[in-house]
Design a protein. Structure first.
Length: 323
């Protein structure tokens, strides 16, 4: 009976995710046109922060219960998934044209923030500490980088308003567009929570470790809003929303999803993380920047390559869990 209930909740969760993503993309696209700003800006903010809400909720809950591995695994796993799986799938569906600003400013900023996280984490290698940890000081540094990111966003918004570019006519009036955005966000966040809770319960019952649950079930589950939103945007050719959502979500994950809970509850000292997890975190950001920089387009072949790398990495994780 319990299994039947979990399956039912999974189905309900996926329905909410799919329909919510549809409303979210439609509303966000119309809102961008109404505000006369780029869809990329909307993707970097409203869509990214909204779809990042599940990660924040899981992180606060994990740290409040003393589960530090779940917190870091949630952030690292979600960021790897967002780039290697989500961008890979989107590019495989349709080649993604990348804005020059994204290549020269936003992707380097994401790469910098990812590098900072690794430097802050590797205490044993850098300052010779007994164990690796992230304390309140480190969390405040992450939050400071988020403030820099917000400054960039506000500068972009001012620039958009000054430029007299032809803006497409919004499909919906502003009020309806914002209602669709809010309703869509509620749908994807609630849907992802239903999926994560059901999947986590099943995984825990069969004795899977916290690291594996965090890097797979929880990371995938909390990335479901980004996944469904990305696929929906890719099918519609909304590249600016798609890329903005992923970059904004990853920056939000490191700076806020990790930074806020640690700043509130104190330092964390994860026990079970491997160097490979950190290599994949920074490696995924480098790969995204390189494939975007080559010809300002992520091709289908490059998307398939990203999916292949992602598959190898997660196969190794699952094999290690079962060995």
């Amino acid at each position: 009976m319990e299994i039947v209930l979990q399956i039912f909740l999974l189905v309900v969760g996926f329905v909410l995710l799919i329909k919510g993503a549809d409303w979210l993309i439609s509303g966000a696209s119309s809102a961008a046109a109404s505000f006369k700003v780029s869809k990329q800006l909307i993707g970097l903010t409203i869509v990214a922060f909204g779809t990042g809400a599940p990660e924040l909720a899981v992180s606060i809950s994990s740290l409040a219960s003393g589960n530090t591995d779940m917190l870091l695994g949630n952030v690292i796993g979600s960021n790897i998934l967002n780039i290697m799986l989500l961008i890979g799938i989107a590019a495989a569906i349709r080649p993604i044209k990348i804005n020059k600003n994204t290549i020269s400013k936003e992707l380097p900023l994401l790469l910098l923030i990812s590098t900072v996280l690794i430097v802050l984490f590797l205490d044993t290698s850098i300052i010779g500490s007994i164990s690796n940890s992230i304390d309140r000081g480190d969390a405040l540094i992450c939050i400071l980088f988020f403030a820099i990111f917000l400054y960039y966003i506000f500068s972009m918004a001012r620039s958009n308003r000054k430029e007299k570019k032809k803006v497409e006519k919004p499909k919906y009036k502003l009020g309806i567009a914002m209602l669709l955005v809010v309703t869509g966000l509620v749908g994807v966040v609630l849907g992802s929570q239903l999926v994560v809770n059901s999947a986590s319960t099943i995984a825990a019952e069969i004795g899977v470790s916290d690291r594996i649950i965090a890097l797979t079930v929880v990371a995938f589950g909390t990335s479901l809003p980004e996944l469904v939103t990305t696929i929906t945007a890719a099918r519609r050719g909304e590249n600016e929303l798609l890329v903005g959502n992923i970059i904004g979500s990853n920056i939000f994950n490191i700076c806020i999803v990790l930074g806020i809970p640690v700043a509130i509850f104190g330092s964390i000292t994860p026990e079970s993380f491997e160097l490979l997890d950190l290599v994949m975190l920074i490696g995924s950001a480098i790969i995204l920047w390189l494939v975007a920089k080559t010809d300002t387009t992520i091709t289908r072949k490059e998307g398939v390559l990203m999916l292949a790398i992602f598959t190898i990495y997660y196969s190794y994780i699952i094999y290690g869990a079962l060995a």
